[in-house]
Design a protein around this ligand. Structure first.
Ligand SMILES: NC(=O)C1=CN([C@@H]2O[C@H](COP(=O)(O)OP(=O)(O)OC[C@H]3O[C@@H](n4cnc5c(N)ncnc54)[C@H](O)[C@@H]3O)[C@@H](O)[C@H]2O)C=CC1
Ligand SMILES: O=C(O)C(=O)COP(=O)(O)O
Length: 629
């Protein structure tokens, strides 16, 4: 077969001609479609999404399975199992009614409060989402026990220290929280504890109820003019600062990550840790519990505090070494403490800390106002429903928060990225031993205007899923790659084309492997290299090794390298036709006229072994490979 130029030429047209208007404004695949398992056999979640090519719409279906039907453009999910027509959402702690209403409008809601860890583990495999507050431990065991069905954990509040984020990420389970609705409640509780402690309100109340009248015992301290150190100048810390300023306190703060201008705007000075704790009369804790903040208040740090300091904790009990606090209270370094949170909740009945006369305690009530609980319930219910529907979550804790407009414009490229990954890995001889993958994006966009995390995740998914039992999604892509010793690096090449589209082309390069299709190796260094573009909203393969091709990535693909001579298309087309294998697309690319060419043939059906052998026996065909998309 000879062609007029060295460029590629589509010689068979696709049975469905994509409309130019479909590019690039297809309805975006949802976040869940990026999050979703696409393992080919086991349905993971009962709500998944399909993309109908005819309407280019995201459709919420029940359990779906990846198939490679030519009827739809990828990602291509069809209803697999209608066993779970609505998702099951387990609510394991008390949640406001308004939030429950939102959940009930979308799924089957089961409110089971006070489950033991074992009960939770046995229940969880029938749940798609779990909503918790601070009292439920979402441990690795819980995630394991879900057997892949649990897709979203919603934390109805801020602190996610009760959720094993690492395990959730490994299992590809999205974690969302409700970070704003209880801020004011927590700040108000902090102020309530501060003022109550300073004036011995709780102790005086208890003594009166015991029939005493102890006016001189409960002389308090004034707040005005005193220095308050806010440890953790985030949402709650800032609100406490604002209120404390209103009480006439001098407020300083320590927070390694807080922007100085936010502090300045509130008239708060940001200071180093030691300065904060050594100069403050009152210290109020508002940092999250993390490995870095665990027991950060200990014997050593108490020793650096001003003698007679007063401590308020509405953050997390674990940031304090509670035994050290008891010692500091006994020695008088800490004059008083007011605590809403404890390392163990509820604390043991014989807790020395709780029993201390100069300690005021509340049972984790920071978020417990009617208003906050209503707000948190709605905030988390909407986040969970949104995640189950596949919408982007603005409060995702363990996945990149990608703005909807970015998802929208990247959607066809996301499909392309996964297909290229799938193709590239199938070109590796033996399909394994891959250590290093480079993804090269050609784009006219400034690097700051192109968020490639979704694309990288989908290339990773495309590479890993065909060769392992893992399922990969946006949550666990980087983790899974790392775990498999696969290094995915990215490169950007600025091209002089229209910046209207985010990406001009995506190239996937697998280094240091043998290929079962030698022509896929690039000329210069022998790496497997394929490149694709989005054309009219559809993913196209545009280069294999050093051969330009142009084939729509749908169905299955046969790549042949042959002597570039007339009649090749007819011969192969006939062989396929005899077996009733429908060709959807064909393209020939060559490097040197009448020498070597690559023929890329898109086929709707999977040809049987004999048909493929017949193709291999065509005299001019030097090598060929059959690839599933
Ligand atoms: N008692 C209760 O019922 C409630 C407790 N909380 C807890 O309060 C804490 C803060 O909540 P938000 O202000 O909403 O969170 P946030 O994320 O807005 O603020 C936390 C701040 O702590 C800072 N931080 C992180 N590491 C730090 C360190 N080593 N030293 C100092 N600062 C550090 C962060 O930079 C951030 O600015 C969380 O632990 C949360 O769980 C929140 C609401 C209710
Ligand atoms: O939002 C938080 O971090 C809280 O600590 C509130 O906890 P809760 O939801 O009341 O168990």
């Amino acid at each position: 077969m000879a062609m007029a130029s060295s460029s590629t030429k589509a010689v068979f047209s696709s049975p469905v001609t994509p409309s130019p208007s479909s590019h690039p404004s297809q309805k975006p695949p949802s976040l869940l479609s990026f999050l979703r398992s696409t393992a080919t056999s086991t349905p993971i979640s009962n709500i998944k999404l399909s993309h109908s090519r005819s309407t280019s719409q995201v459709v919420v279906n029940s359990v779906l399975k990846t198939v490679t039907s030519p009827e739809t453009s990828a990602p291509n999910y069809q209803t697999q199992d209608l066993k779970y027509p609505r998702p099951t959402i387990l609510v394991s702690e008390k949640l406001g009614e308004a939030g429950l209403e939102v959940l009930r409008s979308f799924g089957n809601v089961e409110c089971l409060y006070g489950l033991s860890p074992d009960e939770l583990c046995s229940k969880i495999s029938s749940c798609d989402a779990l909503i918790v507050r601070s009292g439920t431990k979402v441990s690795r065991q819980v995630l394991e026990a879900s057997k892949g069905r649990l897709k979203v954990v919603g934390r109805a509040g801020v602190g996610i220290d009760n959720v094993d984020l690492q395990a959730a990420t490994e299992f590809g389970c999205l974690v969302v929280n409700a970070p704003t609705a209880n801020t004011v409640a927590a700040a108000e509780h902090g102020i309530a504890l501060l003022t109550a402690m300073a004036r011995n309100v709780a102790q005086a109340d208890a003594s009166m109820k015991a029939g005493k009248w102890l006016r001189s015992k409960y002389v308090g301290v004034s707040l005005v003019g005193k220095t308050l150190a806010i440890m953790g100048f985030g949402k709650v810390g800032s609100e406490v600062a604002r209120r404390a300023k209103g009480l006439g306190m001098h407020v300083i703060a320590h927070d390694p990550y807080a922007p100085a201008d936010r502090a300045r705007a509130l008239g708060v000075e940001l200071v180093p840790f030691n300065q904060a704790i050594s100069t403050a009369d009152f210290i109020s804790l508002h940092m999250p519990l993390t490995p870095a903040t665990s027991k950060v208040f200990n014997d050593e740090t108490f020793a650096n505090m001003k003698k007679g300091v007063r401590l308020i904790n509405v953050a997390r009990g674990g940031v304090i070494d509670e035994d050290a606090l008891v010692r500091a209270l006994n020695s008088g370094i800490v004059a008083q403490a007011a605590l809403d949170v404890f390392t163990e909740e509820p604390p043991p009945a014989d807790s020395k800390l709780v029993q201390c006369e100069n300690v005021t305690v509340t049972p984790h009530l920071g978020a417990s106002t009617k208003e906050a609980q209503e707000g948190v319930a709605i905030e988390i219910a909407e986040a969970v429903v949104g995640a189950l529907k596949g919408e982007l979550s603005a409060t995702a804790v363990n996945a990149p928060m990608v703005p909807p407009e970015v998802v929208s414009e990247l959607s066809p490229y996301v499909v392309l990225a996964e297909k290229l990954g799938r193709l590239a890995v199938q070109l590796v001889a033996g399909g394994s031993g891959i250590k290093s993958v480079r993804v090269v994006y050609k784009s006219a966009r400034d690097p700051d205007d192109l968020d490639t995390r979704l694309l990288r995740a989908m290339v990773t998914k495309g590479i890993i899923e065909p060769i392992s039992a893992s399922f990969v999604n946006l949550v666990n892509a980087d983790f899974t790659a790392k775990q498999k010793g696969l290094r995915i690096s990215e490169e950007r090449i600025l091209v002089d084309s229209s910046s209207e589209f985010p990406v001009d082309s995506i190239q996937v390069i697998i280094s240091d492997v043998e290929s079962k299709f030698a022509s896929a190796l690039s000329d210069n260094n022998g790496d497997i290299s394929i490149e694709g573009k989005v054309k009219f909203g559809m993913p196209h393969l545009t280069r294999v090794g050093s051969f330009p091709v142009d084939v729509s990535l749908e169905g299955n693909l046969i790549l042949c390298r042959q002597v570039d001579q007339p009649g090749m298309i007819g011969q192969v087309g006939n062989i396929l036709g005899e077996q009733n294998v429908n060709v959807s697309f064909m393209s020939v690319g060559r490097t040197v006229l009448r020498t070597k060419a690559i023929m890329a043939i898109g086929v709707d059906e999977e040809p049987d072994k004999e048909t493929l052998e017949k193709i291999g026996k065509v005299a001019a065909i030097e090598e060929f490979v059959f690839l599933k998309l």
